[in-house]
Design a protein around this ligand. Sequence first.
Ligand code: SF4
Ligand code: SF4
Length: 83
Amino acid sequence: MKVFKLWLDPKKCKGCLRCELACSFHKSGHKFFNPELSSTTVSRSNENKKIIMKIDDTCDFCENEDAPLCVKYCVFGARGAIK
Ligand code: SF4
Ligand code: SF4
């Protein structure tokens, strides 16, 4: 599935970090989980406690997967893909 853009909705995010694990699974060639490998991060602001979601430029939109794994495994609907 060719993806051109990802969207993020911090208001729906629960901070479970499954997306970071899923991304690291993709980045490791389906070998292991390590959030340090993730192209996407989720954190909470110390100032206003709001969720901060980011995707850096190492994201390859999960080429060769049937869907972007960070989207697929976010069960709260806080991410999506635009084809
Ligand atoms: S998987 Fe979804 S709800 Fe969980 S931290 Fe990532 S974006 Fe937020
Ligand atoms: S689309 Fe794939 S590579 Fe990009 S942030 Fe999501 S899981 Fe990581």
